[in-house]
Design a protein around this ligand. Structure first.
Ligand SMILES: Cc1ncc(COP(=O)(O)O)c(C=O)c1O
Length: 422
């Protein structure tokens, strides 16, 4: 007798069906389509030669260690490198505060596994990172969300949402995915104060912080939170390191390459030990070979120069996209002007549904991600996300012109019957 699989799936799978958006995005694989949909870095500037050299060196020098099982916490020299690197940004941690993960997607999943019970409420920004919503839906989380504007999450609306008693807040302070906006210093300080007052922890997800093209660096929430606790003198664990309200996560996906699947969590040691136990059940540890090769690439100050190059390339692509939007998009449409990162966010007039518009865009050989995917409450029907890091500048201009044509046609279709009624 064959198994009736649909009677065997766990309850948690109920909210995890394939979405219409994912089906539409499959169509964007056509090479003639200029896709602004994926969150892909520019592959032309992946440091292939550096990895080639380091991979050979690691295998020649430490081959059997690199091919052996490793510690769940991660390769110690790489963790120490991360500690030293983060210290430049004011993040005070020690190796025992750092866990290497297989991408920050795994970090989010671990956080879900360690913190979320079925029915727990999670506070997110609106819109927010789709991958976090997906990861935590598996733990049967519910969401309460607070809208963002050009200065990030709207702090004045936060306390009302906190009254629902969320388990934690999920915040993307730098060049937010998908909005492209950055949380101002003033709001960061308020957020830290409110989190402290309500006793609600913050998950700070920061994949893009280093990719700032302009403007001043703003300290991460984990740093501001540590300062606050220091002032209140309740900051240290037994080893003298931070014991605040923030779990911080970042990744090498946007600064080295996403195919490495290499990222990290910084948290108080007690949280790290729980995450270690959870990670053992997932994959035992992140690839020893990849960690050792990445460490070999990173150790001679490679990243600083490489990130400089990435900023230069992405800045140019962002400028080309903004210029094309200014030139081709019709009145009544708006978009964010990110100071870094990979994405910008477009808002169309209310009457347009960007999910309905998507097949028309694909037919016109251009693609985006409809905004509703990033809204835990399914709103945002008139918005979409554009990625500017992956396409070549010439294609960005052509793609935006194509997209503008689709948007104008749609607006025209709506305005025609209105004119007839008038
Ligand atoms: C906000 C955010 N968090 C996490 C991730 C996952 O990154 P990683 O490649 O490290 O798993 C992404 C990827 O785009 C992201 O935008």
């Amino acid at each position: 007798m064959t198994t009736p699989w649909n009677q065997r799936y766990a309850l948690r799978m109920q909210g995890m069906g394939s979405s219409l958006i994912r089906e539409l995005l499959k169509l964007t694989q056509d090479p003639e389509i200029i896709s602004f949909a994926g969150g892909l870095p520019a592959p032309e500037i992946f440091p292939v030669a550096a990895f080639d050299e380091s991979a050979c060196r690691v295998l020649r020098t430490y081959g059997s260690q690199a091919l052996q099982y490793g510690m769940t916490e991660g390769y110690r020299p790489l963790r120490q490198w991360i500690v030293d690197y983060m210290a430049r940004y004011g993040i005070e941690a020690n190796v025992s505060n750092v866990l290497i993960t297989s991408g920050s997607q795994q970090a989010l999943d671990l956080i879900g596994k360690v913190l979320i019970n079925p029915g727990d409420l999670i506070l997110t920004e609106k819109p927010t990172y789709l991958g976090a919503l997906q990861a935590w839906r598996a733990y049967q989380a519910d969401y309460t969300c607070v809208p963002i504007d050009q200065d990030g999450v709207q702090i004045e609306l936060l306390e009302e949402a906190l009254c629902g008693g969320p388990k934690f807040m999920y915040i993307l302070p730098n060049f937010q995915n998908p909005g492209g906006v950055t949380l101002s210093l003033e709001r960061r300080l308020k957020l830290i104060e409110i989190a402290d007052r309500y006793g609600v922890p913050i998950i700070e997800d920061d994949p893009y912080g280093e990719l700032r093209f302009e403007g001043e660096h703003i300290p991460p929430l984990v740093v501001l939170d540590a300062q606050r606790h220091k002032e209140k003198q309740d900051c240290s664990d037994s080893e003298g390191f931070m014991r605040g309200n923030v779990i911080y996560t970042s990744t090498f996906s946007k600064t080295l390459a996403p195919g490495l699947r290499l990222a990290w969590i910084v948290a108080p040691t007690e949280v790290i030990s729980r995450c270690v136990i959870a990670k053992q059940g997932m994959d035992l540890h992140t690839s020893s070979l990849i960690q050792m090769i990445a460490y070999d690439v990173l150790r001679d100050d490679f990243l600083q120069d490489h990130v400089r190059l990435i900023r230069q390339v992405y800045r140019q692509r962002r400028d080309v996209m903004l210029e094309a939007l200014d030139k081709y998009f019709p009145p009544g449409t708006h978009w964010t002007r990110p100071q870094g990162g990979l994405f910008l966010w477009v808002i169309l007039p209310e009457e347009i549904d960007t999910l309905d518009l998507m097949p028309k865009a694909i037919a016109n050989k251009v693609a985006y991600v409809p905004g509703s995917a990033f809204y835990p409450d399914g709103s945002g029907h008139n918005t979409f996300r554009l990625n500017f890091s992956n396409a070549h500048p010439e294609d960005i201009t052509i793609g935006i012109e194509r997209l503008a044509e689709v948007v104008k046609n749609e607006l025209y279709e709506y305005q025609e019957p209105m004119a007839a009624i008038a």
